[in-house]
Ligand binder design. Structure first.
Ligand code: NI
Length: 158
């Protein structure tokens, strides 16, 4: 496994539409392993393939110590709404309030080629939406409700 370089806002790879994954090759499996190691190293909540310069529809989301790998993910249902704090490893030092569904259900494929669905509420729902947005070249700052000042961030997350 390897820790990959995380590209930052301003890099054009973050603004492109990613291609779906067809066959799950050893290269894709290795990418998943490397993305997991990179996410752990960066101490983030999620990571999408374009953030490591790979234009494929792959993302990984951390949830209670588990890493949910999503290949070709699609949001199949949305419920409710929330406005909460969000950040991004590609936009370091910036935190904002985003408007997201409170609960989403995502359909995706796992590394063994098996289709599955997973639901998430609150933070997990935000993470799914955020990472899947990356696959369409979208960043959370694009339609953020409010960018927080350093003081507001301190109040919210210490
Ligand atoms: Ni991000």
């Amino acid at each position: 496994m390897a820790i990959l370089n995380i590209v930052k806002e301003g890099d054009p790879v973050l603004r492109k539409e990613c291609r779906p994954v067809g066959e799950i090759t050893p290269r894709i499996v290795r990418l998943l392993d490397d993305m997991r190691e990179t996410l752990i190293d960066a101490d983030g909540a999620g990571l999408a393939a374009p953030q490591v310069g790979v234009m494929r529809r792959i993302a990984i989301v951390e949830h209670e110590g588990e890493y949910i790998e999503l290949i070709n993910p699609e949001i199949v249902s949305r419920e409710g709404e929330q406005e909460e704090i969000e950040g991004c490893l590609s936009v370091p030092g910036v935190w904002g309030i985003t408007h997201r569904p409170m609960k989403v259900t995502v359909k995706a494929t796992d590394r063994n080629g098996k289709e599955f669905t997973v639901s998430g509420e609150g933070l997990l729902a935000r993470a799914f939406c955020h990472e899947i947005d990356h696959l369409s070249g979208k960043l959370f700052t694009d339609d953020v409700v409010k960018i927080l000042t350093d003081e507001e961030v301190k109040e919210l997350i210490g």
